[in-house]
Structure formats: C-alpha cells, structure tokens
Design a protein around this ligand. Structure first.
Ligand code: AMP
Length: 304
C-alpha cells in the first residue's frame, strides 16, 4: 500500500567526536522514506531540493525503491543543515540552518499520489504539513506526524491544527515535556493525546520509546544496545519511517495496539542502524537479514 512521505530533503554537514563530514544526504523525509522502503513498497517522497543537490543522493534513494516523482526541483540552493554532536551524543548544537528552498515552499501533492493510504508528515513547518494533508484525499488513511522544538515555539497554533488532523504524533522527550507543560512523561503523553491524535509516541533516544494508545493502552519499547555511535542524525526520522513501513506492510490503516507495538519495535531497530554511520550509510547497508537478526535478538533481550 502506497506510503507518501513529505518533509525536508537536505544537505547536511555534520561533526561528531568520530568525524566531520559534509555534503551528506539529510532531511527528515529522506531518512523516513528510506526506512519505510526497508519494510514496505511503494514509497513516494515529497519535498523540494535546489540546484546544488548531489545527484548521487537521489540515485541512492531510487536504488532503494524510493519514488522521486513528488520531489520538486528549484533554482535556489537546497535546504542545508550544519550541526555538531558533543562527547555525549544526546547533546547537539545547530551551527547553521540555511532554509533556502523551504522558505516559500508551497507543497504540491501530485494527483497520482493524493490517494495514498499512509501519509507521513515528517519534520517540516506545520503550515507545510497542513498544506500536504489538505491534498491527501484517501477516504481511509493513516496519518503520522513528527515535529521539533522550533515549531512548538514559532508555529504553536498551526502545530495544534496539525494535531487535530492526524492519527499518530511522534515527538522526542524534550519536546513532549515542553509542548505539554509537564516534566512527567506519562502525563505528557496523556496531555498530547488530549490535543487530538489517538496515538502518541514519545522518543527517548538511546532508551527507546513510549507508546500511548486509546483507553489507557501503553507500551514501553527499549532501544537496541549500541556500543558505538558514529552519528545519531536522523534516528528519529528513521524511527518514524520504520513505524509506518511496518503498518503499511500489513495494510493496517486502522492498526490494532499489537500492530502499533510491532511498528514501534521495528522503528526502533531501524533507527539503531542509522546511528552507526554518518547520514544514511548504515541504513542503506542494512539488509533484510541484518534487520531480522537484530529484531530476533532484541526480542530475546527484551522479554522476561
Ligand atoms: P533528527 O536527527 O531526527 O532531529 O533529524 C535531523 C534531520 O532534520 C537533518 O538531516 C536535518 O537536515 C533536518 N532538519 C534540521 N532542521 C530542520 C528544520 N528546521 N526543518 C526540517 N528539517 C530539519
């Protein structure tokens, strides 16, 4: 079943204690689309790039089954993000965000993609998320959205609009605390549910994720225990893509809580690959057997 992933498609320059690399493939939608394509097909990417975007990144995405017919090309420079991770890789400094093509972007969903039953509003301005969603016309669809601290501050009202129109919100723990006004993550999850979505996932970085569902349904998922991290950029976006890929592979537009639990676990496993190398390199290299071995092992270390 068709998955439509909209969000940023970026050039990233990333420094971590391991290395300093530039001109990397980045962007919320790039990671999410690639992760979704690991588990389901077809996956369609919706975004905008500039005239300086490396062709090799596009070829890589296509070679992994991501359809780029919804990717707009502009004469301006691409959206570019430059950031640095410190010794504790939970700690990140953004050095520069060049908005460029995203500045005046008006999202256009191609007619042939408008009926996608799985819609991913990856991190982008809430106004763009709303534009995308308005053009998604499937009578029965499952819509997930991600966001970031910036939008909680500068586009709070639009973000609240988004929340009323989606099925599932994915948000990291710091943002969940800020957005809900409480430090208690259980209360935060519940308060976010009250803002609209039926399901909320709070990401806990190296500690996994919390899943909040209807009628008090709750699940705590761990994270794969990684010994070495090279670059955690995009782990959250990979998680989002893995989650939707899992649901789409089962055609679950009205997922059961069990299907949601499986989806969260698979998202968490795919995110662990992303952290092992810069950009999408390790995710690209993760074959079906790497994934299923890690999944089986994860089940072993998680049950008691
Ligand atoms: P994450 O590590 O999950 O927070 O996602 C990192 C990705 O988000 C990077 O590849 C960036 O290119 C992208 N990104 C950073 N800032 C923004 C922004 N303001 N809007 C959209 N995407 C962004």
């Amino acid at each position: 079943m068709k998955i439509l992933v909209g969000g940023s498609v970026a050039i990233d320059n990333v420094k971590t204690p391991v290395a300093d690399e530039s001109n990397l493939l980045g962007g919320s939608a790039s990671y999410a689309a690639l992760a979704a394509a690991k588990l389901s097909a077809p996956v369609h990417l919706l975004g905008i790039i500039g005239n300086d975007f490396p062709q090799e990144h596009l070829e890589m995405l296509e070679s992994h089954g991501v359809d780029l017919s919804g990717l707009e090309r502009s004469d301006q420079p691409s959206f570019t993000w430059t950031g640095e991770y410190h010794e504790n890789m939970n700690d990140r400094t953004t050095h520069n965000v060049a908005i460029n093509v995203l500045e005046d972007w008006q999202v256009k969903v191609p007619a042939e993609l408008a009926d996608s039953p799985f819609v991913v509003l990856a991190n982008m301005a809430p106004i763009n998320q709303l534009q995308m969603l308005e053009q998604c016309t499937a009578a029965e669809k499952f819509v997930v959205a991600d966001t970031m601290d910036l939008w909680i501050t500068v586009a709070n009202e639009e973000l609240h609009e988004v929340l009323k129109k989606i099925d599932l919100l994915v948000i990291n723990e710091g943002e969940a605390r800020e957005f809900s006004g409480t430090n208690n993550l259980i209360l935060a999850g519940e308060r976010l549910l009250a803002k609209g979505p039926q399901i909320v996932v709070v990401k806990l970085g190296e500690f996994g994720a919390l899943l909040f569902g209807p009628e008090g349904a709750f699940f705590r998922c761990g994270a794969w225990p990684l010994r070495e991290l090279a670059d955690p950029t995009g782990a959250g976006d990979t998680f989002l893509g893995g989650l939707i890929g899992s649901l789409a592979s089962e055609g679950a537009t009205t997922p059961t809580f069990d299907q949601l639990k499986q989806a969260v676990v698979k998202g968490s496993i795919l995110a662990s690959f992303t952290c092992e190398d810069f950009s999408t390199k390790s995710l690209e290299a993760a074959g079906k057997s790497h994934f299923s071995d890690r999944l089986a092992n994860f089940q072993e270390i998680s049950r008691w």
